[in-house]
Ligand binder design. Structure first.
Ligand code: HEM
Length: 398
Protein backbone atom coordinates (compact mmCIF):
# COMPACT_ATOMS: atom_id res chain seq x y z
CA UNK A 1 0.00 0.00 0.00
CA UNK A 2 1.33 3.44 -0.83
CA UNK A 3 1.33 6.34 1.63
CA UNK A 4 -1.46 8.88 1.25
CA UNK A 5 -0.10 12.36 0.54
CA UNK A 6 -1.95 15.14 2.33
CA UNK A 7 -0.16 18.46 2.52
CA UNK A 8 -2.13 19.26 5.66
CA UNK A 9 -0.29 16.44 7.43
CA UNK A 10 0.72 17.20 10.98
CA UNK A 11 4.05 18.89 11.37
CA UNK A 12 4.68 17.07 14.61
CA UNK A 13 8.42 17.59 14.44
CA UNK A 14 10.40 19.33 17.18
CA UNK A 15 9.24 22.74 15.93
CA UNK A 16 6.25 23.77 13.77
CA UNK A 17 8.74 24.64 11.03
CA UNK A 18 10.02 21.08 10.53
CA UNK A 19 8.55 19.19 7.56
CA UNK A 20 6.12 16.41 8.57
CA UNK A 21 8.37 13.62 9.93
CA UNK A 22 6.64 10.95 7.82
CA UNK A 23 7.75 12.71 4.63
CA UNK A 24 11.25 13.08 6.05
CA UNK A 25 11.27 9.32 6.66
CA UNK A 26 10.24 8.77 3.05
CA UNK A 27 13.08 10.99 1.86
CA UNK A 28 15.61 9.05 3.89
CA UNK A 29 14.29 5.59 2.98
CA UNK A 30 12.47 5.85 -0.40
CA UNK A 31 13.37 9.26 -1.87
CA UNK A 32 11.31 8.68 -5.03
CA UNK A 33 8.24 6.72 -3.98
CA UNK A 34 4.65 6.41 -5.10
CA UNK A 35 1.99 8.13 -2.99
CA UNK A 36 -1.79 8.12 -3.25
CA UNK A 37 -3.37 11.52 -3.74
CA UNK A 38 -6.64 12.74 -2.16
CA UNK A 39 -8.60 11.53 -5.24
CA UNK A 40 -7.09 8.04 -5.23
CA UNK A 41 -4.69 8.73 -8.13
CA UNK A 42 -0.98 7.92 -7.80
CA UNK A 43 2.03 10.23 -8.08
CA UNK A 44 5.80 9.87 -7.78
CA UNK A 45 6.70 11.80 -4.64
CA UNK A 46 10.14 13.39 -4.89
CA UNK A 47 11.69 14.46 -1.61
CA UNK A 48 15.49 14.91 -1.97
CA UNK A 49 16.97 18.24 -3.06
CA UNK A 50 19.02 16.74 -5.95
CA UNK A 51 16.03 14.82 -7.28
CA UNK A 52 13.66 17.79 -6.98
CA UNK A 53 16.12 19.88 -9.01
CA UNK A 54 16.56 17.11 -11.58
CA UNK A 55 12.78 16.69 -11.99
CA UNK A 56 12.09 20.43 -12.27
CA UNK A 57 14.85 20.79 -14.89
CA UNK A 58 13.81 17.71 -16.93
CA UNK A 59 12.16 18.60 -20.26
CA UNK A 60 10.43 15.23 -20.25
CA UNK A 61 8.50 16.37 -17.18
CA UNK A 62 5.73 18.84 -17.94
CA UNK A 63 4.19 21.69 -15.95
CA UNK A 64 1.24 21.89 -18.37
CA UNK A 65 -1.97 20.87 -16.65
CA UNK A 66 -3.49 20.02 -20.03
CA UNK A 67 -0.98 17.12 -20.37
CA UNK A 68 -2.71 13.74 -19.73
CA UNK A 69 -2.15 12.47 -16.19
CA UNK A 70 -1.40 15.90 -14.66
CA UNK A 71 -2.08 15.55 -10.92
CA UNK A 72 -4.58 17.56 -8.91
CA UNK A 73 -2.81 18.36 -5.65
CA UNK A 74 -6.15 18.92 -3.90
CA UNK A 75 -9.83 19.40 -4.83
CA UNK A 76 -9.67 23.08 -5.78
CA UNK A 77 -6.05 23.30 -6.83
CA UNK A 78 -6.61 24.26 -10.46
CA UNK A 79 -9.17 26.98 -9.81
CA UNK A 80 -6.56 29.62 -10.60
CA UNK A 81 -5.73 28.36 -14.07
CA UNK A 82 -8.67 26.33 -15.31
CA UNK A 83 -10.60 29.15 -16.99
CA UNK A 84 -7.59 31.13 -18.23
CA UNK A 85 -4.47 29.12 -19.16
CA UNK A 86 -1.35 30.89 -17.97
CA UNK A 87 2.41 30.52 -18.36
CA UNK A 88 2.63 28.93 -14.88
CA UNK A 89 0.95 25.89 -16.46
CA UNK A 90 2.60 25.89 -19.89
CA UNK A 91 5.77 24.34 -21.30
CA UNK A 92 8.44 25.19 -23.85
CA UNK A 93 8.05 28.11 -26.25
CA UNK A 94 4.48 28.86 -25.12
CA UNK A 95 5.72 29.36 -21.55
CA UNK A 96 8.86 31.23 -22.62
CA UNK A 97 6.89 33.68 -24.77
CA UNK A 98 4.53 34.83 -22.01
CA UNK A 99 7.14 34.73 -19.27
CA UNK A 100 9.50 36.92 -21.33
CA UNK A 101 6.78 39.57 -21.43
CA UNK A 102 6.93 40.04 -17.64
CA UNK A 103 10.50 39.02 -16.71
CA UNK A 104 11.76 42.58 -17.21
CA UNK A 105 9.29 43.93 -14.65
CA UNK A 106 10.67 41.68 -11.90
CA UNK A 107 14.45 41.94 -12.30
CA UNK A 108 16.61 42.83 -9.32
CA UNK A 109 17.20 46.26 -10.90
CA UNK A 110 13.47 46.97 -11.33
CA UNK A 111 12.84 45.94 -7.74
CA UNK A 112 15.64 48.16 -6.41
CA UNK A 113 13.97 51.06 -8.24
CA UNK A 114 10.72 50.26 -6.46
CA UNK A 115 12.39 50.05 -3.04
CA UNK A 116 11.54 53.65 -1.99
CA UNK A 117 7.86 53.03 -2.70
CA UNK A 118 7.94 49.70 -0.85
CA UNK A 119 9.63 51.54 2.05
CA UNK A 120 6.80 54.09 2.02
CA UNK A 121 4.17 51.34 2.25
CA UNK A 122 6.04 49.62 5.10
CA UNK A 123 6.47 52.92 6.97
CA UNK A 124 2.77 53.74 6.53
CA UNK A 125 1.75 50.40 8.05
CA UNK A 126 4.21 50.80 10.93
CA UNK A 127 2.88 54.36 11.56
CA UNK A 128 -0.65 52.97 11.76
CA UNK A 129 0.38 50.24 14.17
CA UNK A 130 2.22 52.72 16.38
CA UNK A 131 -0.73 55.11 16.60
CA UNK A 132 -2.72 52.32 18.28
CA UNK A 133 -1.69 50.79 21.55
CA UNK A 134 -0.32 47.23 21.58
CA UNK A 135 -1.06 44.40 20.98
CA UNK A 136 -1.33 44.33 17.19
CA UNK A 137 -1.78 41.40 14.83
CA UNK A 138 1.23 41.33 12.52
CA UNK A 139 -0.72 39.24 9.98
CA UNK A 140 -3.88 41.34 9.53
CA UNK A 141 -2.34 44.72 10.31
CA UNK A 142 0.98 44.34 8.56
CA UNK A 143 1.92 41.29 6.45
CA UNK A 144 -1.34 40.99 4.48
CA UNK A 145 -1.92 44.69 3.65
CA UNK A 146 1.78 45.00 2.80
CA UNK A 147 1.71 42.13 0.30
CA UNK A 148 -1.54 43.42 -1.21
CA UNK A 149 -0.39 47.03 -1.57
CA UNK A 150 2.94 46.02 -3.09
CA UNK A 151 1.25 43.75 -5.65
CA UNK A 152 -1.12 46.61 -6.58
CA UNK A 153 1.85 48.95 -6.93
CA UNK A 154 3.68 46.60 -9.29
CA UNK A 155 0.71 45.59 -11.37
CA UNK A 156 -0.46 49.23 -11.44
CA UNK A 157 -3.96 48.45 -10.20
CA UNK A 158 -6.10 50.22 -7.58
CA UNK A 159 -5.80 49.00 -3.99
CA UNK A 160 -9.44 48.56 -3.12
CA UNK A 161 -8.79 47.76 0.51
CA UNK A 162 -8.03 44.54 2.26
CA UNK A 163 -11.52 43.06 1.97
CA UNK A 164 -11.11 42.21 -1.70
CA UNK A 165 -7.76 40.47 -1.15
CA UNK A 166 -9.10 38.54 1.83
CA UNK A 167 -12.16 37.40 -0.06
CA UNK A 168 -10.46 36.55 -3.32
CA UNK A 169 -6.70 36.12 -3.14
CA UNK A 170 -6.89 34.28 0.20
CA UNK A 171 -9.76 32.02 -0.82
CA UNK A 172 -8.28 30.75 -4.09
CA UNK A 173 -5.24 29.05 -2.46
CA UNK A 174 -7.57 27.46 0.09
CA UNK A 175 -8.13 24.37 -2.04
CA UNK A 176 -10.38 22.69 0.47
CA UNK A 177 -12.79 25.65 0.64
CA UNK A 178 -16.22 24.71 -0.69
CA UNK A 179 -16.53 24.75 -4.46
CA UNK A 180 -19.12 27.52 -4.55
CA UNK A 181 -16.85 29.84 -2.54
CA UNK A 182 -13.91 29.03 -4.85
CA UNK A 183 -15.97 29.65 -8.00
CA UNK A 184 -17.27 32.95 -6.63
CA UNK A 185 -13.76 34.10 -5.70
CA UNK A 186 -12.45 33.09 -9.10
CA UNK A 187 -15.24 34.90 -10.96
CA UNK A 188 -14.75 38.02 -8.83
CA UNK A 189 -11.01 38.04 -9.56
CA UNK A 190 -11.60 37.75 -13.31
CA UNK A 191 -14.20 40.52 -13.24
CA UNK A 192 -11.93 42.79 -11.21
CA UNK A 193 -9.07 42.42 -13.73
CA UNK A 194 -11.42 42.85 -16.70
CA UNK A 195 -12.73 46.10 -15.15
CA UNK A 196 -9.18 47.38 -14.61
CA UNK A 197 -8.36 46.57 -18.24
CA UNK A 198 -11.46 48.44 -19.42
CA UNK A 199 -10.43 51.51 -17.47
CA UNK A 200 -6.84 51.13 -18.78
CA UNK A 201 -8.22 51.32 -22.31
CA UNK A 202 -9.67 54.72 -21.47
CA UNK A 203 -6.79 56.01 -19.36
CA UNK A 204 -3.55 54.00 -19.63
CA UNK A 205 -1.58 53.86 -16.38
CA UNK A 206 1.86 52.68 -15.36
CA UNK A 207 2.47 49.13 -14.25
CA UNK A 208 2.70 45.57 -15.48
CA UNK A 209 -0.97 45.39 -16.42
CA UNK A 210 -0.77 48.51 -18.63
CA UNK A 211 2.21 47.09 -20.44
CA UNK A 212 0.35 43.82 -21.03
CA UNK A 213 -2.73 45.75 -22.19
CA UNK A 214 -0.59 47.39 -24.90
CA UNK A 215 0.14 43.90 -26.21
CA UNK A 216 -3.58 43.28 -26.60
CA UNK A 217 -3.70 46.31 -28.86
CA UNK A 218 -0.83 44.96 -30.98
CA UNK A 219 -2.41 41.49 -31.19
CA UNK A 220 0.35 39.69 -29.25
CA UNK A 221 -1.97 38.69 -26.40
CA UNK A 222 -5.70 38.11 -26.13
CA UNK A 223 -7.77 39.55 -23.31
CA UNK A 224 -8.03 36.02 -21.87
CA UNK A 225 -4.23 35.66 -21.90
CA UNK A 226 -3.83 38.92 -19.99
CA UNK A 227 -6.47 38.00 -17.44
CA UNK A 228 -4.78 34.61 -16.88
CA UNK A 229 -1.37 36.24 -16.43
CA UNK A 230 -2.70 38.91 -14.06
CA UNK A 231 -4.65 36.32 -12.04
CA UNK A 232 -1.59 34.17 -11.48
CA UNK A 233 0.65 37.13 -10.60
CA UNK A 234 -1.87 38.53 -8.11
CA UNK A 235 -2.60 35.26 -6.36
CA UNK A 236 0.94 33.83 -6.51
CA UNK A 237 2.29 37.19 -5.36
CA UNK A 238 -0.08 37.96 -2.51
CA UNK A 239 -0.55 34.84 -0.35
CA UNK A 240 2.98 33.41 -0.39
CA UNK A 241 4.55 36.79 0.36
CA UNK A 242 2.11 37.69 3.14
CA UNK A 243 2.67 34.26 4.66
CA UNK A 244 6.45 34.38 4.26
CA UNK A 245 6.53 37.76 6.03
CA UNK A 246 4.41 36.64 8.98
CA UNK A 247 5.95 33.17 9.16
CA UNK A 248 9.41 34.74 8.92
CA UNK A 249 8.70 37.00 11.88
CA UNK A 250 7.24 34.01 13.77
CA UNK A 251 10.46 32.06 13.10
CA UNK A 252 12.52 34.98 14.39
CA UNK A 253 10.43 35.29 17.56
CA UNK A 254 10.75 31.54 17.95
CA UNK A 255 14.54 31.92 17.93
CA UNK A 256 15.22 35.00 20.10
CA UNK A 257 19.02 34.68 19.96
CA UNK A 258 18.92 34.79 16.15
CA UNK A 259 16.56 37.79 16.22
CA UNK A 260 18.92 39.58 18.62
CA UNK A 261 21.87 38.86 16.29
CA UNK A 262 19.92 40.29 13.35
CA UNK A 263 19.10 43.43 15.34
CA UNK A 264 22.73 43.88 16.34
CA UNK A 265 24.13 43.30 12.88
CA UNK A 266 21.97 44.33 9.87
CA UNK A 267 24.68 42.88 7.57
CA UNK A 268 23.20 39.48 8.47
CA UNK A 269 19.86 40.37 6.85
CA UNK A 270 20.44 39.38 3.19
CA UNK A 271 21.88 35.93 4.04
CA UNK A 272 19.31 35.62 6.82
CA UNK A 273 16.49 36.03 4.30
CA UNK A 274 17.75 33.02 2.34
CA UNK A 275 17.91 31.00 5.52
CA UNK A 276 14.39 32.11 6.43
CA UNK A 277 13.10 31.07 3.01
CA UNK A 278 14.81 27.66 3.32
CA UNK A 279 13.55 27.11 6.83
CA UNK A 280 9.95 28.16 6.14
CA UNK A 281 9.32 26.60 2.70
CA UNK A 282 5.82 27.99 2.67
CA UNK A 283 4.84 26.20 -0.60
CA UNK A 284 3.97 22.93 1.03
CA UNK A 285 1.60 21.28 -1.46
CA UNK A 286 4.37 19.87 -3.65
CA UNK A 287 4.87 21.20 -7.17
CA UNK A 288 2.73 19.14 -9.56
CA UNK A 289 4.12 17.79 -12.84
CA UNK A 290 3.58 14.89 -15.26
CA UNK A 291 6.06 12.91 -17.37
CA UNK A 292 5.42 13.39 -21.09
CA UNK A 293 8.15 10.87 -22.11
CA UNK A 294 9.79 8.11 -20.13
CA UNK A 295 12.52 9.42 -17.85
CA UNK A 296 14.45 8.53 -14.72
CA UNK A 297 14.75 10.48 -11.45
CA UNK A 298 16.93 9.29 -8.56
CA UNK A 299 17.29 5.88 -10.21
CA UNK A 300 13.52 5.44 -10.50
CA UNK A 301 12.00 4.97 -13.94
CA UNK A 302 9.04 7.29 -14.52
CA UNK A 303 6.85 6.53 -17.52
CA UNK A 304 5.03 8.94 -19.80
CA UNK A 305 1.66 9.88 -18.30
CA UNK A 306 2.75 9.29 -14.70
CA UNK A 307 2.25 12.12 -12.22
CA UNK A 308 5.10 13.67 -10.25
CA UNK A 309 5.02 15.76 -7.08
CA UNK A 310 8.15 17.70 -6.11
CA UNK A 311 8.01 18.22 -2.38
CA UNK A 312 10.03 21.26 -1.29
CA UNK A 313 9.94 21.12 2.55
CA UNK A 314 11.96 17.88 2.76
CA UNK A 315 14.31 19.04 -0.03
CA UNK A 316 15.09 22.16 2.00
CA UNK A 317 15.85 20.00 5.04
CA UNK A 318 17.94 17.49 3.06
CA UNK A 319 20.98 16.54 5.21
CA UNK A 320 22.99 15.90 2.04
CA UNK A 321 22.70 19.61 1.29
CA UNK A 322 22.51 21.20 4.72
CA UNK A 323 24.42 20.42 7.86
CA UNK A 324 21.95 20.13 10.77
CA UNK A 325 19.07 21.20 8.52
CA UNK A 326 16.66 21.51 11.45
CA UNK A 327 18.82 24.30 12.92
CA UNK A 328 17.75 27.79 12.00
CA UNK A 329 21.06 29.56 11.43
CA UNK A 330 21.21 33.03 9.91
CA UNK A 331 24.93 32.58 9.29
CA UNK A 332 24.50 29.36 7.29
CA UNK A 333 26.84 29.25 4.31
CA UNK A 334 24.90 27.03 1.90
CA UNK A 335 21.95 28.99 0.60
CA UNK A 336 20.93 26.72 -2.30
CA UNK A 337 17.32 26.18 -1.30
CA UNK A 338 14.40 25.41 -3.64
CA UNK A 339 11.80 27.58 -1.92
CA UNK A 340 11.24 29.46 -5.19
CA UNK A 341 11.24 26.26 -7.25
CA UNK A 342 13.92 25.49 -9.83
CA UNK A 343 14.39 25.55 -13.60
CA UNK A 344 12.30 27.44 -16.12
CA UNK A 345 9.31 27.91 -13.80
CA UNK A 346 11.40 29.30 -10.96
CA UNK A 347 9.46 32.03 -9.17
CA UNK A 348 8.96 35.25 -11.11
CA UNK A 349 8.66 37.29 -7.90
CA UNK A 350 11.78 36.19 -6.03
CA UNK A 351 13.64 39.52 -6.36
CA UNK A 352 10.58 41.33 -5.10
CA UNK A 353 10.23 38.98 -2.12
CA UNK A 354 13.88 39.48 -1.13
CA UNK A 355 13.63 43.29 -1.26
CA UNK A 356 10.27 43.35 0.51
CA UNK A 357 11.55 41.09 3.30
CA UNK A 358 14.73 43.15 3.63
CA UNK A 359 12.80 46.44 3.94
CA UNK A 360 10.40 44.81 6.39
CA UNK A 361 13.04 43.39 8.73
CA UNK A 362 15.24 46.52 8.63
CA UNK A 363 12.28 48.80 9.29
CA UNK A 364 10.74 46.76 12.10
CA UNK A 365 14.17 46.42 13.76
CA UNK A 366 14.82 50.15 13.51
CA UNK A 367 11.40 51.55 14.30
CA UNK A 368 10.12 49.02 16.85
CA UNK A 369 13.33 47.54 18.30
CA UNK A 370 11.48 45.97 21.21
CA UNK A 371 8.85 44.25 19.04
CA UNK A 372 8.00 40.93 20.66
CA UNK A 373 5.39 38.20 20.75
CA UNK A 374 2.33 39.04 22.84
CA UNK A 375 1.57 35.33 23.36
CA UNK A 376 3.61 32.32 24.31
CA UNK A 377 5.45 30.94 21.25
CA UNK A 378 3.67 27.60 21.69
CA UNK A 379 0.36 29.37 21.17
CA UNK A 380 1.19 30.74 17.70
CA UNK A 381 -1.66 29.48 15.48
CA UNK A 382 -0.02 27.84 12.45
CA UNK A 383 -2.18 27.64 9.32
CA UNK A 384 -1.63 24.49 7.30
CA UNK A 385 -4.98 24.04 5.56
CA UNK A 386 -4.24 26.33 2.57
CA UNK A 387 -1.73 25.68 -0.20
CA UNK A 388 0.64 28.07 1.50
CA UNK A 389 1.92 27.38 5.01
CA UNK A 390 1.64 30.30 7.41
CA UNK A 391 0.27 31.66 10.66
CA UNK A 392 -3.30 32.87 10.91
CA UNK A 393 -2.47 35.45 13.58
CA UNK A 394 0.70 36.84 15.10
CA UNK A 395 -0.12 38.99 18.15
CA UNK A 396 2.80 41.31 18.96
CA UNK A 397 3.57 43.91 21.55
CA UNK A 398 6.27 46.59 22.03
C1 HEM B 1 7.73 34.13 -0.42
C2 HEM B 1 6.99 34.32 -1.47
C3 HEM B 1 6.94 33.40 -2.64
C4 HEM B 1 7.23 32.06 -2.71
C5 HEM B 1 7.71 31.14 -1.59
C6 HEM B 1 7.03 31.65 -4.08
C7 HEM B 1 7.25 30.37 -4.55
C8 HEM B 1 7.12 29.99 -5.87
C9 HEM B 1 7.42 28.66 -6.38
C10 HEM B 1 7.89 27.48 -5.54
C11 HEM B 1 7.20 28.68 -7.72
C12 HEM B 1 7.43 27.52 -8.71
C13 HEM B 1 6.13 26.85 -9.10
C14 HEM B 1 6.35 25.67 -10.02
O1 HEM B 1 7.46 25.42 -10.48
O2 HEM B 1 5.36 24.97 -10.29
C15 HEM B 1 6.73 29.99 -8.05
C16 HEM B 1 6.36 30.40 -9.32
C17 HEM B 1 5.79 31.61 -9.58
N1 HEM B 1 5.71 32.69 -8.73
FE1 HEM B 1 6.28 32.75 -6.79
N2 HEM B 1 6.60 32.72 -4.81
C18 HEM B 1 6.56 33.82 -3.97
C19 HEM B 1 6.21 35.11 -4.31
C20 HEM B 1 5.84 35.51 -5.56
C21 HEM B 1 5.56 36.87 -5.94
C22 HEM B 1 5.69 38.11 -5.07
C23 HEM B 1 5.16 36.84 -7.22
C24 HEM B 1 4.76 38.08 -7.99
C25 HEM B 1 4.57 38.16 -9.24
C26 HEM B 1 5.21 35.45 -7.67
C27 HEM B 1 4.84 34.98 -8.92
C28 HEM B 1 5.10 33.71 -9.38
C29 HEM B 1 4.74 33.28 -10.73
C30 HEM B 1 4.03 34.09 -11.79
C31 HEM B 1 5.18 31.95 -10.85
C32 HEM B 1 5.09 31.05 -12.08
C33 HEM B 1 6.38 31.17 -12.85
C34 HEM B 1 6.44 30.30 -14.09
O3 HEM B 1 5.72 29.32 -14.15
O4 HEM B 1 7.24 30.62 -14.98
N3 HEM B 1 5.63 34.67 -6.64
N4 HEM B 1 6.72 30.79 -6.92
Amino acid sequence: MTMVFDYRADRDGKTPFDPPPRYEDLRDEHPVSQVTMWDGSKAWFITRQDDVRAALADERISADNRSPGFPLVSPGSEVLTESNPTFARMDGPEHARQRAMVNGDFTHKSMVQLQPQIQQIVDGLVDEMLTKSPPADLVAEFAEPLAAQVMCLILGIPYKGQDFFQRVASTIPNHYADQEKLDTASAELTQFIADVLDSEAKRPGDGVLSRLAEREGSGELTRDDIIGMARVMLVAGYGPTANATALGMAALFYHPAQLAALRDDPALIPGGIDELLRYLTNFHTGLPRVAISDTEIGGQRIRAGEAVLCYLPTANFDPEWFESPETFDLRRKNRGNVSFGYGLHRCLGQNLVRIQMKVTIETLNRRIPNLRLAIDRDQIPFRKDAAVYGVSELPVSW
